[in-house]
Design a binder for this molecule. Structure first.
Ligand code: UAG
Ligand code: ATP
Length: 544
């Protein structure tokens, strides 16, 4: 397993190299000017040079943000932050006693998370200087689309940064991500570092958690994009309506100048109706009901592993592009990437020239429809919710008569448990051999998760008289090995789930596991050939 950086070492990589100094009084004045109640206990001339939400990552001179959480109040860790060199503490009434007992100056605010993003912008100067930001939200496709945008921007000669599920890259050697969207203090530190390193444009995945937890506050997106909305994260959001409302916040004028919204279904159209930013709509499934979208995908044809397609614009513009990843959903992702770059002001002719010269949309994304072998077709994909699994399985059906689809997957622990039987049913409908295994069960009993997934598959088979066979095999490496042993050269194996990750948490223990490595090994052991891993993108599995 790659050697993990300590929180402080990782934090240092997310900070600007040149320190700026802000006083608590300047922060207080800002809060008062913007109508927020706040006051200072102790020295209001205290100077801070950084801001941090985690005591374990505090660097000398920081404002430690002691925020309430689901498990703890951050004030519990204020003493540890002080020991690490915090210069002051930002907290709320609940944290006041513990924070002020330490003798450090305290900035007291009504709701800490409500102000932390804007204060981080003041500390790092990102309210004045920030790269042009491309933000992506939606249930599926954020990572893939942001890689595609970055690739197009690079083809246009831009210096780029990227923040997402796989990596954080501030124009330097990338580091593996912990969260999809980091906390606000880290995001602002990163943006400042990017500017120092000459990054002009950055792509950022904006998870619904980050919107709920106000992690992107204080940032302004030049162009934000919406991929789709399907069932996921109901453990946090409670209902699809609430999940929708959380994501919709990205498309308010106060956060985004322009929003490119995929309107392939009712959720997308509702998003377009609600957004207050300028909206460009995009239809990626060419049906008559979508013909009124600003940009429409047309003439999609298979090309290599991916597709060639056209994008038709509101003023009869036509763009032609080629994707490299399997799956028609990757045409949707690619189209969104292209329209977002256009929306940022790049001229169509210049964009078409970059697409023609470098084929930037054929970029590989670790663990996203990553082809490991061609015979049998063996693919590792990060599908971990019902819609993604449906789309991934829908795109791998073999053409040879009598050939079969073998799927290896599971459901994650400590997350939306209602997905489990639904994913089982999806697999039973689309595959011939369903191998249910573990997928990052965290602290939950993996056997119970497998049971719920397999029960969904069996119920679907019974209800619809389907012919799929269901196996429960664990650990995951054994399930992958079993799939390779069952496959014939015309079959397809899809290993779905946390494919790009380099470990799985099982009952509180991190076990090293890379699906791609396991699948390669298993295929070779069964006498099949595998493809060379791509070397053109950062991959956490190669680190360390
Ligand atoms: C549900 C959720 O997102 N929770 C996040 C939230 O936790 P919380 O507010 O409940 O914090 P807590 O654990 O009670 O701790 C309270 C405070 O004490 C601080 N603390 C805690 C311990 C310590 O030693 N020192 C310290 O300072 C914490 O930083 C926090 O500020 O704030 C914490 C501090 O940043 C996050 O670590 C934590 O993310 C947890 C680990 C998590 O798993 N989040 C996932 C679900 C998430 O955010 N995922 C999305 C992507 C989802 C997807 O698309 O799949 C993402 O953007 O990554
Ligand atoms: N546009 C899309 N529509 C439906 N499914 C998609 C789409 N794009 C990708 N997928 C599926 O979702 C999986 C995850 O893709 P990707 O990582 O790009 O999404 P994401 O939104 O970043 O997810 P996460 O935040 O959980 O990483 C893919 O492996 C694929 O199976």
């Amino acid at each position: 397993m790659p050697e993990a950086l300590t929180p402080r070492a990782a934090e240092a990589l997310l900070r600007p190299l040149k320190k700026r100094t802000t006083t608590l009084r300047a922060m207080l004045e800002y809060l008062h000017e913007t109508g927020r109640g706040a006051n200072i206990i102790g020295n209001d001339e205290a100077k801070v040079t950084g801001i941090c939400l985690d005591s374990r990552a505090v660097l000398p001179g920081d404002l430690y943000v002691a925020a309430p959480g689901a498990r703890f109040h951050g004030a519990q860790f204020a003493a540890a932050a002080a020991q690490a060199g915090a210069a002051a503490i930002l907290t709320d009434i609940e944290g006041e006693a513990a924070a002020s007992a330490l003798g450090l100056p305290v900035l007291l605010a009504g709701d800490v998370r409500e102000v932390v993003g804007e204060l981080a912008a003041l500390v790092y100067g990102t309210d004045e200087d920030c790269p042009e930001l491309f933000g992506l939200t939606g249930t599926n496709g954020k990572t893939t689309t942001s890689y595609m945008i970055r690739s197009v921007l690079r083809a246009l000669g831009r210096e780029t940064g990227l923040v997402g599920t796989i990596e954080i890259s501030a124009g330097q050697t990338p580091i593996p991500s912990i969260l999809t969207t980091p906390e606000a203090p880290q995001l602002h530190g990163l943006m400042a570092r990017m500017r120092e390193l000459g990054v002009t444009s950055a792509t950022m995945e904006v998870s619904s958690h980050s919107l709920s937890y106000r992690r992107v506050d204080g940032l302004r997106f030049a162009v934000s994009g919406f991929t789709n909305l399907t069932q996921d994260h109901l453990d946090l959001h409670g209902s699809m309506q609430e999940y929708f409302a959380t994501k919709a916040a990205l498309f308010d004028l106060e956060r985004s100048d322009l929003a490119v919204l995929t309107v392939d279904d009712d959720w997308g159209r509702a998003m377009a109706a609600q957004a207050t930013a300028e909206v460009w709509t995009l239809a990626t499934t060419a049906t008559a009901t979508h013909a009124d979208a600003d940009w429409v995908v047309a003439n999609v044809h298979p090309a290599g592993l991916g597709h060639r397609f056209e994008l038709h614009g509101p003023e009869e513009q036509v763009i032609t592009a080629v994707t490299g990843l399997p799956g028609d959903f990757n045409v949707s992702n690619a189209a969104l990437a292209v329209v977002m770059v256009l929306a940022s002001g790049v001229e169509l002719r210049q964009l078409q020239a970059a697409l023609d010269a470098a084929n930037p949309l054929t970029v590989q994304v670790p663990g996203r429809m990553q082809v490991i072998a061609e015979s049998p077709a063996a693919i590792v994909d990060f599908a971990h919710n019902p819609d993604a699994l449906t789309r991934a399985l829908g795109s791998v059906r073999p053409t040879e008569p009598g050939s079969k689809v073998i799927v290896v997957f599971g459901a994650t622990g400590e997350r939306d448990a209602t997905k489990r039987p639904i994913m089982g049913a999806v697999a039973a409908r689309h595959a011939d051999v369903v191998i249910v295994t573990d997928d990052d069960p965290h602290s939950e009993d993996p056997a119970r998760i497998r049971e719920a997934v397999a029960a969904g598959a069996r119920a679907e088979i019974l209800a619809n008289g389907l012919g799929a066979e269901v196996h429960e095999i664990h650990p995951r490496a054994a399930a992958i090995a079993a799939a390779a042993a069952m496959a014939g050269e015309h079959d397809t194996i899809l290993v779905a789930g946390r494919g790009h990750e380099v470990f799985q948490e099982v009952m509180g223990v991190n076990l090293e596991l890379d699906d791609r490595r396991e699948l390669r090994r298993a295929l070779l052991a069964n006498g099949f050939h595998t493809l060379e891993p791509a070397s053109d993108s950062f991959d956490p599995a190669d680190e360390g």
